[in-house]
Design a protein around this ligand. Sequence first.
Ligand SMILES: C[S@@+](CC[C@H](N)C(=O)[O-])C[C@H]1O[C@@H](n2cnc3c(N)ncnc32)[C@H](O)[C@@H]1O
Length: 211
Amino acid sequence: MSATPGFADAAQKWNRRYTEAADGLLFGAAPNAWLATQAGRLVPGGRWLSVADGEGRNSVWLARQGLKVDAFDIADVAVAKARAFAAAQGVAVNYAVAGVDDLAWPDAVYDGIAAIFVQFADPAMRQRLFNGLVRALKPGGLLLLQGYTPRQLDYRTGGPGQAAHLYTPEQLRQELAALQIEELREYDDDLAEGSAHRGRSALVGLVARKP
Ligand SMILES: C[S@@+](CC[C@H](N)C(=O)[O-])C[C@H]1O[C@@H](n2cnc3c(N)ncnc32)[C@H](O)[C@@H]1O
């Protein structure tokens, strides 16, 4: 398994992918389908964070649900696209160019955090990321997380292609033991998210709350 690249490498790699996206948006304009199924859990007015938000499809959708949204991503090309997308949609999102390891994770400020396909993180970075997420949630705050499971290595329709970056339900239970799990579903579905996530996919969706 290759190690997760540092900031400059990761930013360069992702900027290239976003610049070369054939149809403009690498992951499309619609929110992640699983995230959209969670709309009923959102309390308008709450403060949310969208982690490694990419081109803004999830942050813009969250803002449209009446939430105050912060979002960050390591790729400045993606953040520029996200800013333009939010402006075109007439919503305000507070965007930042930052990597998981550069962020000063604040203490207990978010009512919710969306972490959708953040599997660039190897196990060591994932530990730091999960620690940051747990810290940044307010007591009662919600984590909504979607990722691929190891069976995605057979489908090869998106994702990092490195087993150690993928999630099993049992691993999420262990690594996020500080949270109370409200829903943890492993399932297959057909994704149509831009050109990057397309076809039959092995997925996991997690809803967890900070006690
Ligand atoms: C699979 S994409 C998902 C983007 C977005 N969450 C979505 O669902 O559309 C992964 C994102 O992680 C970003 N990324 C990669 N390494 C990162 C890091 N160390 N810190 C923050 N973002 C990172 C990439 O630029 C990319 O936008």
